[in-house]
Design a protein around this ligand. Structure first.
Ligand SMILES: NC(=O)c1ccc[n+]([C@@H]2O[C@H](COP(=O)([O-])OP(=O)(O)OC[C@H]3O[C@@H](n4cnc5c(N)ncnc54)[C@H](OP(=O)(O)O)[C@@H]3O)[C@@H](O)[C@H]2O)c1
Length: 341
């Protein structure tokens, strides 16, 4: 049976997912026996559309790319009513991240799960603030709540720990969880100071006009909370994680690290203590050039898992991007589909 999908938030990731679904339609059917229809899309910019038999996805992408409003299959339902009333099997929650209240995404996820629809999201808000509550609602309704895209985009992290690393006990996870700050630290090594590098990062679209979430470490802290709670079974809140960004790193610090055969990285860390607690932190660290994370430059992300059976396992990959995050959503859609077959 065709998997019926609703896409809530048709921005970079929503459109990235739609493009992947269209371009890989035949491959997905042939290789995974995965067939789908996108039945609903909701977006502030383009409007809300619904067709229980399937929308014209190609046309929706065209409309969004030309920054117009949808004109076919318009529904008067607002986003929440659309989620509640549509016939989707799975809702892809791809609206903006709010790491303080989690809204409006938390409500979108809750309504979807309560009405028997699985949720796949790249939105850190619901995952960092309400994972266990939403997972409980999902379990109660016999549906899935999948969040691969919330940590390091499509580079497998959550699914890696639940799949290939299953059976290992993970005692520590450390790594580079924010591409913007890693890009900035990499460029500072070439001689530019913090403010000049920030301007370049903003011009390139790596950093937002208000860069606080990245440079103060708040984005990485959200991911640390997700890793602690989802991978390590902790109950951390954002306030429990000590957090320091890169704003105090000076050109002098960069030179000092060079002299000591080291370099600065903003490291997010989750660790099981001897008494069984889990602690998390985000802070800049000077790490030796021989460390596997030291060679990870530019906007790339990387995480090292310390495990009992394999020792250290490091995964390196993109942590953002239209296609890279769209892919994260696809992997979760495929895994739900495989489970339900
Ligand atoms: N882009 C990446 O590389 C990446 C990587 C990892 C995770 N993520 C996460 O994935 C999510 C989507 O990111 P994105 O880059 O696609 O963001 P985006 O380009 O800003 O797209 C979000 C879209 O959702 C719309 N929207 C916001 N609130 C809505 C609501 N209540 N109902 C319907 N539509 C709503 C926005 O409309 P308006 O613009 O008109 O408000 C916008 O078009 C975010 O939570 C982000 O943190 C993104």
């Amino acid at each position: 049976m065709k998997n019926r999908i609703a896409i809530i938030g048709f921005g970079t990731v929503g459109q990235g997912l739609a493009e992947i679904l269209l371009s890989k339609k035949e491959f997905l059917q042939k290789k995974y026996n995965y067939t789908f229809e996108v039945v609903a899309i909701s977006d502030f910019a383009y409007g809300n559309v619904y067709n229980s038999k399937g929308l014209d996805l190609e046309d929706c992408i065209k409309v969004a790319k030309s920054k117009k409003k949808f004109s076919k299959d318009i529904t008067k339902w607002d986003t929440t009513s659309l989620i509640r009333k549509c016939n989707a099997d799975v809702v892809c929650e791809l609206t903006y991240t709010d790491l303080t209240t989690g809204g409006p995404a938390i409500n979108h996820c809750k309504v979807a799960l309560e009405t028997g629809k699985s949720v796949v999201t790249s939105n850190k808000g619901p995952a960092a603030l309400y994972y266990s509550k939403l997972k409980k609602i999902a379990d109660k309704n016999d549906v899935d709540f999948k969040i691969e895209g919330t940590v390091v985009a499509g580079t497998p992290i959550i699914n890696l720990t639940e799949g290939p690393l299953a059976g290992c006990e993970i005692s520590k996870i450390r790594g580079i969880l924010n591409g913007t700050t890693n890009y900035m630290l990499s460029e500072m090594e070439k001689g530019m100071d913090y403010n000049a590098v920030l301007k370049v990062a903003q011009d390139l679209g790596y950093a937002e006009a208000d860069p606080t979430g990245d440079v103060e470490g708040y984005d990485a802290r959200g991911k640390v909370v997700i890793l602690a709670n989802v991978v390590m079974g902790a109950k951390l809140e954002i306030k429990d994680v000590e957090c320091q960004g890169i704003t105090k790193i000076t050109s002098k610090d960069i030179e000092k690290a060079k002299k000591e055969n080291s370099r600065w990285k903003l490291i997010g860390s989750v660790e099981k203590t001897k008494d069984g607690n889990v602690i998390g932190s985000v802070a800049p660290e000077m790490i030796s050039l021989s460390h596997p994370l030291a060679g990870v430059m530019g906007a790339t992300n990387a995480l090292t898992f310390t495990t009992d059976l394999l020792g250290d396992v490091t995964i390196v990959g993109p942590g953002a991007g239209r296609q890279q995050t769209g892919f994260a959503i696809l992997t979760d859609l495929l895994s739900i589909n495989k489970k339900n077959k």
